[in-house]
Design a protein around this ligand. Structure first.
Ligand code: CA
Length: 505
């Protein structure tokens, strides 16, 4: 009898602890810039659903990534470790070692139902999830294929953000309601080549966007910025990116268009053909041509963001409808920031603010006060440890990120005082590998391999990072202090490759 009573009590305690464990929905988009989110003050478009997460939760104004590129960022989120530790350094040569520990494995091990649905982009199949269904590679905007857990490859008709959300809701509906869950929704939007849903094609067609002040950057004092290959002017392609195909034969060869249904293709090409005719009649060249490309880029990019935001709204509605909102943490984050014409660019990679920084909003009812704004320096590295902290699971000692839960709950005041960054890929877009440190006020970058040299920026005086002041009189002490702190962080994070470069130079 006594035994039974003890057992009963233990069960009750176990169940009540269990009931308190929060569910988690982590939404990771691709290349979505904070400059285009209305919660961050953007006037370019409205993103009511991302805004809703911020309004009912917290907006991070200083959220950053450790390596600004797709696959590496996802690997950092999963492992809570820098690229040199998790092994996925770049999109070109890396393959994720799924046998290593991840925050997901910790959740699965302690009874969470875990799933990753949508864009994954880590080359190897997911491991440690109770369910997964991912887009192969970059995935397709229209009628995407999915790699399924049973080894099947399945094509689903529809627009990618809709069908990813459909699959996510199906999984939520079929899960065991008595166990907590962690669902990662990986969106393809707003990745190149910015193919909008047919119903969104005309959303921004009449809009005219103001060029960023540094659109015609001449890259003086910044050698790596001068040798890149990611400008709207020279790099962005008329056919592949902007759907202005030189001929029907060229259009035929485009694999993204080839996979459309007849109806999709007709709606899609009717729209672009009319733009193409108008474009040809204008006979643009020089600045007029570059600015035309910028407008088209913005219009298509924002249209893909509209579908992304709408589907984030569907996730929130699902949670409401199924009485899950109260006990579910929702995080929205992009895998990095993106250039919306600043410096004349699209794409990412650089440690400059637009790509280094990423949008991140979080809702955690009962824990985080509605409408909070946080200006601590947090990183994608911290997401895994934070979620484990929220779930009451011990953070493994070898995870390099830190839980930001104490910072947002108000139980800790001081976060990190500097952030370490390391970008490796030396290929597409010709961005020189580099590492560096930012204290929020100053940023010191060390380029190596393609370009070799230092850059220093005073972010208060020069927020657009137009003037490299490295080696200038008056900055000797600032530079020495930053170098010392950089060496400390390299040591702390055990980045042996960067350590060698620091010693050599
Ligand atoms: Ca990305």
């Amino acid at each position: 009898m006594k035994h039974l009573l003890t057992l009963g009590l233990t069960l009750i305690i176990a169940l009540s602890i269990h009931a308190q464990r929060p569910n988690i929905v982590l939404i990771v988009s691709d290349d979505h810039s904070y400059q285009t989110i209305s919660a961050y003050g953007s006037k370019l478009m409205q993103t009511p659903n991302i805004d809703r997460i911020a309004k009912e939760g917290i907006r991070f104004d200083k959220a950053y990534v450790t390596n600004s590129i797709c696959g590496p960022s996802r690997a950092v989120i999963l492992t809570g470790k820098y690229s040199h530790k998790n092994g996925f350094k770049d999109n070109a040569n890396s393959s994720f070692d799924g046998s290593q520990n991840t925050f997901i494995k910790e959740l699965t091990r302690t009874g969470y139902q875990t799933a990753w649905i949508g864009k994954w982009h880590l080359q190897t199949n997911p491991q440690g999830f109770t369910y997964w269904q991912v887009l192969p590679g970059q995935g397709s905007y229209y009628n995407p294929d999915f790699l399924m857990m049973n080894g099947e490859r399945k094509r689903v008709e529809g627009y990618v953000s809709d069908v990813v959300e459909d699959a996510a809701e199906k999984w939520l509906t079929e899960r065991d309601p008595n166990q907590p869950f962690c669902l990662v929704i990986g969106h393809k939007n707003t990745h190149r080549t910015w193919m909008p849903d047919t119903k969104d094609l005309r959303l921004f067609n009449q809009s005219k966007f103001t060029l960023p002040a540094n659109f015609y950057d001449s890259y003086e004092t910044r050698e790596a910025a001068a040798v890149q290959d990611m400008t709207i002017d020279k790099t962005m392609r008329m056919g592949y990116d902007l759907k202005m195909f030189a001929s029907k034969e060229e259009e035929e060869k485009d694999l993204s268009i080839k996979r459309m249904t007849k109806a999709q293709r007709q709606a899609y090409m009717t729209f672009y053909d009319s733009i193409h005719r108008d474009f040809q009649s204008k006979k643009l060249s020089g600045k007029a041509l570059v600015e035309w490309k910028y407008q088209r880029y913005m219009q298509d990019y924002l249209a893909t963001a509209a579908s992304l935001d709408r589907n984030i709204g569907r996730t929130l509605d699902y949670l409401d409808k199924h009485d899950l909102s109260k006990n579910t943490i929702v995080i929205y984050v992009s895998d990095q920031g993106f250039y919306m014409g600043e410096h004349g660019w699209f794409d990412k990679r650089f440690m400059y603010e637009e790509s280094f920084r990423t949008p991140m909003v979080l809702r955690y009812p009962g824990v985080i006060k509605s409408g909070s704004v946080n200006s601590n320096m947090v990183m994608n590295l911290d997401i895994g440890p934070t979620l484990l902290d929220a779930a009451g699971i011990k953070i493994p000692n070898d995870m390099q990120g830190k839980s930001f839960l104490p910072l947002i709950k108000g139980s800790a005041k001081k976060g990190r005082d500097a952030m370490y960054y390391h970008y490796y890929e030396n290929g597409e877009h010709s961005v020189s590998p580099h590492f560096g440190i930012s204290t929020g006020r100053y940023k010191l970058i060390r380029f190596y391999t393609r370009v070799s040299g230092w850059e220093l920026f005073d972010l208060e005086k020069d927020p657009s990072e137009m003037k490299n002041i490295y080696g200038q009189k008056g900055y000797e002490k600032v530079t020495a202090d930053l170098k010392k702190k950089l060496a400390q962080l390299i040591d702390q994070y055990e980045d042996e490759e960067a350590k060698k470069i620091l010693v050599i130079h």
